[in-house]
Design a protein around this ligand. Structure first.
Ligand SMILES: [Zn+2]
Length: 227
């Protein structure tokens, strides 16, 4: 059976992944051949993923890999090695059926925070309400990059949609590729905002106690006095 007979949405999903990868590259969230992104096929038990050594701007139908959730790599994309992060992608799809797409990149502002051992604070009302928290996941105990051993326990909490990997990069997950890409952008934007805030506070001698306290819409609703 051909791949498109088994997975009728294969070409649509490949094209969506190619477009998302190009957007990620053009926004400067991922240069060179690092990072990776994947999308679940409608069959549910298989994904399309960018292999190792292919840049986000160079993704094409003939260099993407189809991998079953049990780890079986389907024929195609000859001569290319699977992504080093394939195992954590597969595990996230296995443990969360609400995840249909993952964008993992090494965007510089967010990775700067991650390399300083700092969790990126959700500062804006949008990020407080829509994301809540972006946990910082430490390096593997053996000193290597994070694997499913460190990443999956964090994402078992179904409220978690974004996380940052110490000394490594970011992960955004979503129901669609665009939703996961938006998270990759919000993580980076939030790190940039946090850096500007912290720099200005330091320059002006301000502390957290000087900041205005503003709440979310949920806080406002809670405090509202019924009439
Ligand atoms: Zn990476």
């Amino acid at each position: 059976m051909s791949d498109t007979a088994r997975f009728p949405d294969l070409h649509d999903k490949m094209d969506a992944l190619i477009a998302t990868a190009r957007r990620c590259f053009e926004r400067g969230l991922q240069t060179n051949a690092g990072g990776n992104l994947s999308v679940r096929l409608e069959a549910g038990d298989a994904i399309v993923i960018k292999p190792s050594g292919v840049g986000f701007a160079e993704c094409a139908r003939d260099n993407l890999q189809v991998v079953l959730l049990d780890g079986t790599i389907m024929p195609g994309a000859e001569g290319l090695k699977p992504s080093k992060d394939l195992d954590f992608h597969l595990d996230l799809y296995r443990i969360r059926d609400d995840i249909n797409a993952i964008v993992h990149c090494h965007s510089p502002w967010a990775t700067g925070y991650a390399s300083a051992g700092l969790e990126i604070p959700c500062l804006t009302v949008q990020t407080i309400e829509k994301i809540g928290r972006m946990p910082l996941i430490p390096l593997s105990a053996n000193g290597g990059p994070q694997t499913e051993v460190e990443i999956s326990p964090v994402f078992r909490n179904t409220a978690i949609r974004a996380a940052v990997l110490a000394n490594h990069g970011t992960i955004g997950v979503g129901k669609t590729l665009m939703a996961a890409q938006y998270l990759a952008e919000i993580i980076e934007e939030t790190a940039h905002i946090a850096y500007v805030r912290d720099t200005l506070m330091a320059a002006h001698g301000k502390t957290v106690a000087d900041l205005p306290r503003y709440g979310t819409a949920a806080d406002a609703a809670k405090d509202r006095v019924p009439v």
